[in-house]
Design a protein around this ligand. Sequence first.
Ligand SMILES: [Zn+2]
Length: 312
Amino acid sequence: MRCTKRARGISRTPGAHWHSRLHSRSIEPFPPISDMQDSAPPPFIFHAGTRPLLLSIPHMGTYVPPAIAARLTDEARRVPDTDWHLDRLYAFAQELGASVLQATHSRYVVDLNRPPDNASLYPGQATTSLCPDLTFDGTPLYLDGKSVDEAEMAQRRESWWRPYHEQLRSELDRLRAQHGVAMLWDAHSIRSVLPRFFEGRLPDLNIGTAQGASCAPELGQRIHEIAAAVPGHTCVLNGRYTGGYITRHYGRPGDGFHAVQLEMTQCSYMEERWPFDYVPAKAQAIQPHLRRMLDSMVEFGRPALRGSAGAR
Ligand SMILES: [Zn+2]
């Protein structure tokens, strides 16, 4: 029997039991496989807000089903390529009235910011796939060194990719129906130095609007202005990271759907090395600026300010 969307995901209040388990797991050097047997989380956590903004956090999941974890290297079971702590960093979003959609499963299980057909996001450049077989550092994820085959990839897509995207689609549609416009913020973070993907050090705040295609141009410019004013941080609009599948697929400004991706360096709010600790002082310094960016998204959703740019 096919489960309903509500049964497959979860609408929550902060502090759900297994949610805290995910955080506690992040400080264990190697999550024991036996510890993963009893409480598989649903594919996503969802909070419905009151304003026309949806915050999507597709790479913060750390859960790996036991049958997959048993095949991973010890290093991979640490899930080092997680977008750590973004629920905590963006905790203010719910105060703004935003809806929030968070992944629970690791990107090693299935990458929610990749297209379902696994086409490359950045042709000609190194990138990771729907079911990656390497860490960001280029070491194999699987003990046998093999890639996930087509049948398993399809199963993972159905089990975890599809529910997240069905929820994302239905929430954007709900927001637009209710407010006339739907604003999507896709939140990411990454280590500042990753030679496999880019030279040198990444700018701190990488705003992606699919080269201007995923949102009204003035909105992208406004977000960029806010980022450029953050003291001690560098920024770029549509640099190395122009927006992944979520930004590109759901951003349809002509139809009232405006999507922006922010890929930020993890050193802006946490330690980039194991055990990937959150650094409150750094986080508190950047949060007011993130809040201004999300505020500007919400403000853009107001018809009087939106003008023709956000109209259907
Ligand atoms: Zn990410």
